[in-house]
Design a protein around this ligand. Structure first.
Ligand code: NDP
Length: 434
């Protein structure tokens, strides 16, 4: 804490990983050498810069831009950009730290990074968003490249924003380099990338349930969020026979006991992706119950998929979920459960997957986009989806390898933290003290 004052999210993420690593390292002392841990909690490089831009009325605005280049031990820095007013160095350092372990779990050669800005895209015109993206990349472009650092989307950064940034990047660099992932299909994007995080989260939950002798079919699911990850988690969960009874955003929660259908999901996507609207508009269009300011966790369900943001599910929410009979929690978002919530899940035998395992499908498919770009080919939907499923199953196996307790139950946090650490630490040991 002395080294990172005022950075609670970063400290929270580091403590969570260290709780898994201490017992492992005491049994495997070679990882206690060469200050591996001290090096891992210090980003290789942090870039912070001014982003000034003009609104439609000709007023000048100033935001802060960041890129955290956390670890390049196993490949180029890789991780998304987030545009949200809550963005600061602590939030991005936690995300970059988590990303390093997550990327290692995918088995693809990608290091960890994260970036973004405190810019709030809500209520901005498309032209203002474009001008902001162009100004942001005018500084960031000199620090990124397909062999150094490959950004993607995250909260507030979807296909539209990646398109604007890719366009400006090409103009500045005079290269058609595919520096971003999550690009549009017409300029190097991969099929299934928009779906990948949500689909992957549901694939992972299904693997956990299968391992415990159950399945998702017929179960009720609470999803939080209504953005990219939430939408495709809802779609895949429906395909696997579950009933999704909630979605939400920062305005509140929609409760729908009958559950999502394809038609309802199409309306949600129209509200969110075409009109950039709020979930209460979705509820109004379909006559569904809307609970302003509430989170979804008081609705009785067997599965919870938090897909909005960090620390959106606390100890009380976890106790309510447990009381209502939850059996499985798989994180689509990054660190949505507080440390106390995780303790409650683990004390009550709930199957709990941390985001770095269950939401790794997004970055894994970004890795597949990079491979397709490098080979200058495009794979079919089936090919990419098949690889995504295999990667999620592989991550599940790694969690079993490092997280199975003597009684046969699985601690997925320990499994994911240790498996990710071993890969990064072995690379660091092999590369010397740099
Ligand atoms: P989107 O911007 O598409 O959606 C974010 C959703 O979360 C929106 O519904 C948003 O509501 C809600 N949300 C954001 N901040 C808050 C808040 N402070 N309180 C309540 N609700 C909030 O982002 P994504 O779906 O891409 O990302 C969601 C999560 O998944 C993030 O944690 C992200 O890091 C993680 N993730 C994303 C990946 C990807 O491939 N996109 C990959 C791996 C993880 P509102 O519109 O009201 O702000």
């Amino acid at each position: 804490e002395d080294r990172n004052p005022g950075q609670p999210e970063f400290i929270q993420a580091v403590e969570e990983v260290m709780a898994s690593l201490w017992p492992f390292i005491s049994e495997n002392p070679r990882y206690a050498e060469h200050a591996i841990l001290d090096r891992l909690v210090e980003p290789e490089r942090i870039i912070q810069f001014r982003v000034s831009w003009l609104d439609d009325a000709g007023e000048v605005h100033v935001n802060r831009g960041f890129r955290i280049q956390h670890s390049s031990a196993i490949g180029p820095y890789k991780g998304g950009l987030r545009f949200h007013p809550s963005v600061n160095q602590s939030v991005l350092k936690f995300l970059a730290f988590e990303q390093t372990f997550k990327n290692a779990l995918t088995t693809l050669p990608m290091g960890g990074g994260k970036g973004g800005s405190d810019f709030d895209p809500k209520g901005k015109s498309p032209r203002e968003v474009m001008r902001f993206c162009q100004s942001f990349i005018t500084e960031l472009y000199r620090h990124i490249g397909s062999d150094t650092d490959v950004p993607a989307g995250d909260i507030g950064v979807g296909g539209r924003e990646v398109g604007f940034m890719t366009g400006m990047m090409k103009k500045l660099s005079n290269k058609a380099d595919c520096v971003f992932t999550g690009k549009g299909l017409s300029f190097g994007g991969s099929l299934i990338r928009p779906e990948a995080t949500g689909y992957g989260t549901v694939y992972f939950a299904e693997e956990m349930l299968k391992h415990a002798g159950r399945s998702m079919e017929g179960m009720r699911i609470a999803v939080s969020g209504s953005g990219n990850v939430a939408q495709y988690a809802i779609e895949k969960a429906m395909e696997l026979g579950a009933t999704v009874v909630t979605c939400s955003d920062s305005s509140g929660t929609v409760v729908d006991p009958a559950g999502f259908t394809r038609e309802k999901l199409a309306v949600l996507m129209d509200v969110k992706n075409v009109h950039y609207g709020r979930v209460n508009e979705y509820a109004e269009r379909l006559g569904l119950e809307f609970r302003p300011g509430e989170r979804p966790w008081s609705v009785p369900v067997e599965i919870a998929l938090p897909c909005a943001t960090q620390n959106e599910l606390d100890g009380d929410d976890a106790r309510t979920l447990v009381k209502n009979g939850v059996v499985c929690v798989a994180e689509g978002a990054n660190m949505p459960s507080t440390a106390e919530a995780v303790e409650v899940f683990e004390a009550n035998g709930v199957l709990y997957a941390p985001g770095k395992a269950s939401n790794a499908g997004g970055v894994a498919t970004s890795g597949l986009e990079m491979s397709q770009n490098a080979m200058r080919i495009s794979w079919t939907r089936e090919e990419v989806d098949g690889r995504l499923l295999e990667i999620m199953q592989g991550i599940h196996r790694m969690c079993l390898e490092y997280g199975t307790r003597p009684d046969g139950s699985v601690n997925y946090s320990d499994g994911a933290n240790i498996a990710g650490f071993v890969k990064v630490a072995d690379a660091m040991l092999a590369q010397g003290v740099v």
